[in-house]
Design a protein around this ligand. Structure first.
Ligand code: ADP
Ligand code: MG
Length: 487
């Protein structure tokens, strides 16, 4: 007989089962995702229910959902399919208000689709039961190639700054005229987390927008390598080659350094490259270093990589970092972050955009989960916890900003010629702390503090030292500001 008690018991058993399943998934994910990243992105996820093949995960904010979709979806889907069922799918829920949950579907499917194409002769071989390439979506004929492009990595949300201006505009030119510019191959390089993958997708998406008839394929070199190895094991390397040579108009290979020291896969890459290049097809490559610094590659492969245009992405300056955070807030829609917190994050996280993004999202998530305000103190706590803080750099600009905040004056006022008491004090203390806390020369400090010469900077430093000795309150103010800067 069905009773309330029984219903309750059943619900509880279901809940416990779900909890157990989810901790199993987390245990697997913990093994494959770097520890810090796992802590930021997975420790706050909760499995809410499993219904009609959908696992519902509760995420702290929309941003979490977007980030997970962009970075970990393959691992996540693979894991839930392994633990729950091969047909398991994913949905996310965010708390909009206490009683109100918003559900988003996983968009782990190609949004930027390629048109179906007629298969090359060999692929129409009647003896072949299954089409040999993993990018061919089964059951669809004629053949359609999954572009693997993620539409949330586009040009609109790729913030421009002097760090990426050249690469961004060259990428844009490539998308206008794929295969027809001198930028072929177009190679983007930088250290991790500076936007290579984002820009590569953006070029692919823009190409599809302007030339929908072109078949674009994004593939990580790691995936390319795995496909190649599989083709060797299954004696289908010819099909593998044919697929790339016959079907693709724009080939994007991400993180080519994965092919370092792998002569077999370099050989097929070389053949594919030559074929596509000579047929006027576009090749876009990303790498963690410039071709001149690459090792573990055959000379002929390296020389191909140097053929077209190599463009570097650098760490954005502070203003671009602020713009990136503001853009994320604008796109996320939900977060309301005080300017001083945005500035604090932008000044403190100078290692990579990925870390900046991680710190930003953690601040929002912590404030949401603990129902507290987004403050500088919270941001400081998170930056100290998650960002490799020993690489935090104190810049003259950051010192100036903190001093201006303390005196409640604007940067323009401090850099002006005003002789007003507070403004002069702020100017002097900025120069004094820049000398004490940074490795900049007096000339460099003077240049950034309103184009003063080195004698003026020296005079300012001496005057702060004297005032500290004679005026207790003044000394306390200087110490307070210094503490704020270095904490
Ligand atoms: P990489 O491939 O160089 O390791 P990614 O392309 O994965 O770096 O970028 C890391 C994160 O930083 C991504 O979430 C990306 O969207 C973001 N990002 C990078 N550059 C920019 C930019 N110019 N504007 C906005 N977001 C950016
Ligand atoms: Mg990348």
């Amino acid at each position: 007989m069905r009773t309330e008690k029984n219903d309750f018991k059943m619900q509880n058993t279901e809940k416990n089962k779900l909890k157990k399943i989810w901790s199993e998934c987390l245990a697997i994910l913990k093994d494959i995702i770097p520890e810090d990243e796992f802590r930021i992105w997975f420790s706050d996820l909760v499995a809410v229910k499993y219904e009609d093949d959908f696992l519902y995960l509760s995420v702290p904010s929309n941003y979490y959902y977007e980030y997970i979709e962009a970075h970990y979806i393959d691992e996540l889907i693979r894991t839930i399919r392994r633990v729950i069922s091969p047909s398991a799918k994913l949905r996310y829920m965010t708390k909009v208000t206490e009683s109100n949950m918003m559900t988003m579907s996983s968009v782990n499917h190609p949004i930027v689709e390629n048109y179906p194409q007629n298969a090359p002769v060999i692929l129409n071989n009647p003896d072949m039961k299954e089409l040999p390439n993993p990018f061919i979506i089964p059951g669809i004929k004629p053949i359609k190639v999954d572009s693997q492009l993620k539409d949330n990595y586009n040009f609109d949300n790729f913030v421009e700054g002097s760090c990426n201006k050249f690469a961004r505009s060259a990428g844009y030119a490539v998308a206008q005229n794929p295969g027809k510019t001198a930028f072929n191959p177009f190679l983007i390089y930088s250290s991790v987390g500076l936007g290579k993958t984002h820009l590569a997708h953006a070029i692919g998406i823009e190409t599809k927008r302007l030339h929908p008839e072109k078949t674009v394929l994004y593939i990580s070199a790691d995936q390319f390598l795995r496909q190649y190895v599989k083709s060797v094991q299954e004696h289908t390397t010819n099909d593998f080659l044919q697929f790339y040579q016959m079907m693709i108009d724009v080939l994007i290979i991400d993180d080519i350094q994965f092919l370092e020291g792998k002569p077999g896969s370099q050989e097929v890459f070389f053949q594919i490259f030559n074929w596509l290049h000579s047929s006027g097809k576009q090749i876009i490559i990303t790498s963690d270093k410039a071709p001149v610094d690459m090792s573990g590659f055959e000379e002929r492969v390296l020389s191909r990589l140097k053929w077209g245009l190599n463009a570097e992405l650098q760490m954005p300056d502070v203003q671009t970092r602020i713009n990136i955070i503001k853009k994320k807030i604008e796109d996320d829609g939900a977060a309301c972050m005080p300017d001083e917190v945005i500035e604090y994050l932008a000044y403190s996280v100078n290692t990579s955009i990925r870390e900046l993004e991680g710190a930003f999202v953690s601040v929002i998530a912590h404030a949401t989960l603990s129902k507290c305000d987004i403050t500088i103190d919270l941001a400081r706590e998170i930056v100290d916890k998650f960002v490799k803080s020993n690489t935090r750099e104190i810049t003259i600009e950051y010192i100036q900003k903190m001093v201006c905040n303390y005196f409640n004056i604007s940067m323009e006022q401090m850099l002006s010629r005003s002789r007003k008491g507070d403004i002069v004090a702020a100017r002097h203390i900025s120069m004094y702390l820049s000398r004490k806390l940074t490795k900049n020369s007096l000339v460099a400090i003077g240049e950034k503090c309103g184009k003063k010469d080195h004698a003026t900077v020296l005079h300012a430093c001496k005057s702060v030292e004297t005032s500290c000795q004679t005026n207790k309150n003044y000394r306390r103010s200087v110490e307070d500001i210094e503490k704020k800067i270095i904490s």
